[in-house]
Ligand binder design. Structure first.
Ligand code: ATP
Ligand code: MG
Length: 280
């Protein structure tokens, strides 16, 4: 379901209507966390992502937009090798993370998935307590004292803006949470792995406006510490939260630029038509 909402327009002192970025502090020095170079993904003979070139930077939120079936989820899943689970799926070109190709033979996918966390459209808490959901990854990874684990769980729940709502029922089943709370729990669980990159595939599409606002505030707050890529069908959301926007169409990266540029002065007609809701 595509939400065709009007982008956030602000009126500047120059009396022109522009989209304002929430960060708007672009520095050329921002470090690229993930870089795709002529990167492709195939399902059998069908090419779902076509020679894409893009850099996802630390300290920024990159929005990935485009109509259904254009390869957004496929591209996102490629970054932490989630597509490995799909028979017949293969890649071409390079996809660099920390200077190494994620598809290189020696890459440990468990470690990669710890460093590159993912939050899905549908919140998927484990059928365990709220506490155990967050503690799950750290317990697997290392021997950790009860005190340290308690502190880590609290910290992640605080960072995911869920602590106040759950501190008195940490041992209740996570399946008792509302959709918005469950999604924030999934974010807390992803944060517990201390990722360097957070991939979010339509993280608010199943949430009501209040829960969506909550998650958006959280993403913006996390921005300085991570590289975040968020797939969204909600143009207003992309305009509100992201620093850069990538427009995918039929597997191609049609246009990539700062969010104000993409929304205010798109270079490509297809970008303009899509953000104005003419197709999608
Ligand atoms: N597991 C799969 N096996 C075969 N083809 C797939 C698989 N997953 C996706 N595809 C195909 O790859 C193309 C891109 O799909 P993808 O899910 O990446 O699109 P999307 O942009 O995320 O779409 P949506 O906005 O609907 O989520 C589509 O043509 C889709 O049918
Ligand atoms: Mg998708």
């Amino acid at each position: 379901m595509i939400t065709l909402a009007a982008p956030v327009i602000t009126h500047t002192a120059h009396a022109t209507s522009t989209i304002s970025s929430t960060s708007a502090t672009f520095t050329t020095a921002a470090i690229t966390a993930v870089e795709a170079r002529n990167f492709s993904v195939f399902y059998g003979y069908r090419q779902a992502v076509k020679e894409v070139n893009i850099g996802i930077k630390h300290g920024e939120i990159t929005a990935i937009i485009g109509p259904s079936g254009c390869g957004k989820s496929t591209f996102l899943r490629a970054i932490n090798r989630m597509n490995d689970l799909i028979p017949g799926c293969r890649t071409g070109g390079e996809l660099l993370f920390g200077g190494e190709d994620v598809n290189a033979k020696h890459i440990d996918t468990t470690d990669l998935r710890r460093r590159v966390g993912m939050v899905f459209q549908k919140p998927n808490p484990f059928p365990k307590s709220i506490y155990d959901n967050v503690a799950y990854g750290p317990r697997l990874r290392e021997k950790i004292s009860k005190g340290d684990l308690d502190a880590l769980v609290e910290n992640c729940l605080r960072n995911a803006d869920l602590w106040e709502e759950t501190k008195d029922r940490l041992h209740a089943n996570a399946l008792s949470l509302s959709g918005g709370q469950a999604q924030r729990l999934c974010i807390a669980r992803a944060l517990a792995a201390q990722p360097e990159v957070l991939l979010m595939d339509e993280p608010t599409s199943a949430l009501d406006p209040k829960a969506t606002a909550h998650v958006e505030e959280l993403i913006v707050r996390l921005r300085p510490t991570l590289a975040i890529a968020i797939v969204t069908h909600n143009m207003a959301q992309a305009a509100r939260v992201s620093d850069r926007t990538a427009f995918f169409y039929e597997g191609n990266l049609v246009e990539f630029g700062t969010t104000p540029q993409i929304f205010n002065t798109p270079r490509e007609t297809r970008t303009q038509d899509y953000i104005n809701g003419r197709f999608g």
